[in-house]
Design a binder for this molecule. Sequence first.
Ligand code: C5P
Length: 240
Amino acid sequence: MNTRPIIALDFPNKRQLEGFLTHFPSEESLFVKVGMELFYEEGPAIVRWLKGLGHDVFLDLKLYDIPNTVEMAMRRLAALGVDLTCVHAAGGVQMMEAALNGLKEGTSKGKKRPLLLAITQLTSTSEKQMQVDQLIPVTLEESVIHYAKCAAKAGLDGVVSSAWEASQIKESTHPEFVSLTPGIRPTGSEIGDQKRVVTPGKAREMGANFIVVGRPITKSETPYESYLQIKKEWNGEGND
Ligand code: C5P
C-alpha cells in the first residue's frame, strides 16, 4: 500500500497549480495525478517541473490506440520520468502488452519502470450504457472483472477501479495486482458528482493500494490540513 494519497491536480494551467502548491511545505514530497486538462495545456514540461520539485507523478492520459502507436507513446512517457500511467483495457491484451513493452524500452538503465494500470469500465458508464453503446451483454461487474483479467494477462501492474471492486479483482487475478481507487471522500465532506464514494479508511479495508483524491483537497480552504487528515485516515491513524 502506498502511504501517500495521490492528489488529482485538476487545474486548467500551471499558474493555478502553483497557487495550490504554495499551501504545502516545499520539502513535502507529494504523489500527484496530472490529467488531460493540465497536460494538454502545459505539455510534458509540467511533468518535468513537478518531478523537479521532488513529487511522484501519475500521468493519467488513458491511452487507447493501435498497439504500435501506444507502444511508441509509452516509450516517450517512460523517458519523461512518470511514475505511473494508464491505458484503456478495451484496447485489448495485445495493446496492453505493447504499452508495457514501450514503458520497459523507454525506461533508462538503473531507473524504475513506471507502473502501468488499466482502466476497466469508466465509472461514468452505467450498466445500461455499456450494454447499449458497447453492445456488451453482461453485467458491469462481469465486464470489469473480465478487463482486469485481461490486464493481468498482459502483465500490467493493476487497474483503476472503485474500492467496491478491489477485493474481487484481486481474487480474480493475483494478490499483488494493484487497485488504484478514485471516488474517495473523507468523513463528512461534499460528495460532488462522485457516486459510490468510500472514506480513505474504508478503501484501505477494501483492499485499495492507492487512492486518488481531488476536490476534498484542491477545493479545501486549508489544503495541507485536509491532505494530512486524509493521509492519516488512509494509513489507519485517524478516527475514520
Ligand atoms: O475530485 P475527485 O476526488 O472526485 O477527483 C477524482 C479524480 O479521479 C478526478 O481526476 C477524476 O477524473 C479521476 N477519476 C475518477 N474515476 C475514475 C477514473 C478517474 O474519478 N474511474
